[in-house]
Design a protein around this ligand. Structure first.
Ligand SMILES: Cc1cc2nc3c(=O)[nH]c(=O)nc-3n(C[C@H](O)[C@H](O)[C@H](O)COP(=O)(O)OP(=O)(O)OC[C@H]3O[C@@H](n4cnc5c(N)ncnc54)[C@H](O)[C@@H]3O)c2cc1C
Length: 540
């Protein structure tokens, strides 16, 4: 009898144990599946509705909206958002531009009906740069022609062409000269923020723009470049869509060189010296980026320096087409797990440091480029053809926000030490921290007055008020640090800075806004960001 009761207890325990393990396995499997899932749609989680206390929502200036049937409206009324999911904004309507005439007609319609216009592309800027309350939004993605001129080494593109599409056309002989570190963005959106990426010699995109065709607020078309209408050029590039509509861009292209890849794990504090002695003067260094650890044990202390050194001027003509990123689900899982505690952050760093090299895809056969040994060879287009699908997820209650801070190169160690202290005490998970190189850039609202390094951060937050409050506090601390080190912050991101901070970082702002009114006296082109800047400069 006693034996029977003991066995019964044992089997009950075993069953309970099995149920717990089984339940745990089911929960872990379901959680992993959720964290690996691709977005089921665009996130739309509300609106951060002020810049430093200045309210951004505004009432419509019309009673009965009228929609000219000759324009291709994708929506009449409704709301729009950007990739942050935190900029939901009511609009007059969205015009899906498919030809240049639609732009001219939409501007005439707006002028005739006293409406404003915003220009939108992939909408990866994160603070209402591409739309405004009750404005007509021109969705520019349909103007996406791509024409290569091999003799001139240029590509002439519509503003809605993405780097991804352009690379598919240029490959395998040619490559983009300057762009972001990922290929998902439009040319129009990239020109309007003067984007920069992995080629520190080419610098930001302004250096690769030969000419722009622009439609001004009055409907007139003009061409501008460094030599022709140079003042307009300096304002359209990095002008956040406020000076005119880019209709076409002529961009320099370069040969699709073959690079040998390498990586070194260094102490972050050694980077400035390494850059000075082994990188800045090396013409063979085609691409590079620095990736800092976000694990607590070596937080922003260790760094992987990825190098792409040129071994041949051109890629073999029979190179296969450009591939899409692999292991997307696993990479998305690692990224999303990293938001959930130190163990996973350490795991992410281990993967980046130890395992990633094992999965590197070497797309150029060694014999073809006459390189020796076990080198991994890729063509320029390969690392630049990354559409980062793993950064985007199906977790509606959270969002990932980019920041970028530029500072003089001599300030590197002091700046990183300060950022380490601020980010360590923030409760928001830091997902990525990378280092970029930019040059002094001659655009009206430049983010770099002198050669600079920048720290790019990708930070996770909840999409609720508490998440926004934490992101705002973090941003302001990082901006203060940047100002202390004579730096500037990148403007396509959230409007969490104070009015005093944006004025201190960009003393040219009043002149920029005055120029805007010179080119566009009626302020036809607008955005929430524009109204925020005006309020900051006391020009609302
Ligand atoms: C995950 C991620 C990674 C990023 N990485 C980098 C990076 O490596 N380097 C970097 O520099 N930036 C980076 N950014 C920022 C990015 O470059 C900008 O947000 C860029 O503007 C995005 O382009 P878009 O096509 O989404 O433009 P949108 O966000 O749609 O528009 C941006 C601006 O361009 C204007 N615009 C759009 N089309 C036109 C047109 N035809 N004529 C005139 N104005 C126009 C809009 O009005 C708006 O002001 C990154 C952003 C994200 C979210």
């Amino acid at each position: 009898m006693a034996e029977q009761a003991r066995r019964f207890r044992l089997s009950r325990r075993a069953l309970l144990g099995l149920a717990i393990v089984g339940g745990g396995a089911v929960w872990a499997g379901a959680t992993a599946a959720r964290l690996m899932r691709a977005p089921s749609g665009a996130k739309d989680a509300g609106r951060i509705a002020d810049l430093d206390g200045v309210p951004l929502p505004q009432e419509p200036d019309f009673d009965n909206p009228y929609y000219d049937a000759s324009l291709p409206w994708a929506s009449e009324g409704g709301t729009i958002n950007d990739v942050s999911a935190l900029s939901r904004t009511p609009v007059y309507g969205v015009v899906k531009v498919a030809e240049e005439k639609h732009v001219a007609d939409a501007l005439a319609f707006a002028r005739g009906n006293n409406l404003s216009v915003s220009l939108a592309a992939v909408r990866h800027s994160m603070g209402g740069q591409a739309f405004d309350d009750h404005a007509i939004v021109l969705d520019m993605m349909g103007l996406n022609s791509i024409e290569v001129d091999e003799a001139a080494m240029t590509v002439t593109v519509g503003p809605g062409a993405t780097w991804h599409d352009i690379q598919n056309v240029l490959h395998p002989r040619f490559a983009v000269k300057a762009m972001q570190s990922t290929d998902i963005f439009s040319v129009g959106g990239s020109i309007s923020v003067n984007a920069h990426g992995m080629d520190h010699q080419a610098g930001s995109i302004v250096g690769s723009v030969k000419a722009l065709e622009v439609m001004l607020a009055d409907g007139n078309k003009t061409t501008c470049s460094r030599d022709q209408n140079a003042d307009l050029f300096r304002h359209v590039v990095g002008g956040y869509g406020l000076f005119g509509v880019v209709l076409k861009a002529v961009l320099e292209i370069v040969p699709n060189a073959v690079y040998q890849t390498s990586r070194a794990v260094i102490r972050s504090e050694d980077f400035p010296k390494l850059f000075e002695t082994e990188m800045v003067g090396d013409p063979g260094l085609g691409l590079f980026y620095g990736h800092l650890s976000t694990a607590r044990s070596n937080f922003l202390e260790d760094m992987i320096v990825y190098r792409y050194d040129k071994v041949a001027d051109t890629a073999p003509p029979d190179m296969g087409p450009l591939g899409e990123p692999g292991m997307v689900g696993v990479k998305r899982l690692i990224m999303n797990l990293a938001k959930r505690g130190e163990v996973f952050q350490s795991f992410k760093w281990y993967m980046e440091k130890e395992l990633e090299p094992e999965f590197e895809s070497c797309t150029v056969p060694r014999t073809a480029a006459m390189a020796e040994g076990e080198a991994c060879l890729v063509s320029r287009n390969n690392p630049m053809h990354d559409s980062v699908p793993y950064l985007f997820n199906d977790l509606p209650e959270e969002t990932d926000i980019l920041h970028e801070y530029f500072f003089p190169r001599s300030e590197y160690n002091a700046f990183i030490a300060g950022a380490r202290e601020i980010l360590r005490k923030s409760e928001l998970p830091l997902l990525n921290a990378s280092i970029r190189v930019v040059h002094a850039e001659d655009t009206a609202l430049t983010y770099a007055k002198e050669d600079a390094f920048s720290l790019v951060l990708y930070v996770n937050q909840r999409t609720d008020e508490d998440g926004n409050a934490k992101m705002r506090a973090l941003t302001r601390e990082l901006v203060d640090l940047t100002l202390k080190h004579r730096g500037r912050f990148f403007l396509p991101y959230q409007l969490h800075y104070t009015r005093a901070q944006v004025m201190a970082a960009y003393p040219e702002l009043p002149a920029f806004l005055a120029k805007k009114r010179q080119y566009d006296p009626r302020e036809l082109f607008t955005s929430t960001f524009y109204r925020g800047l005006k309020a900051a400069a006391g020009m609302a």
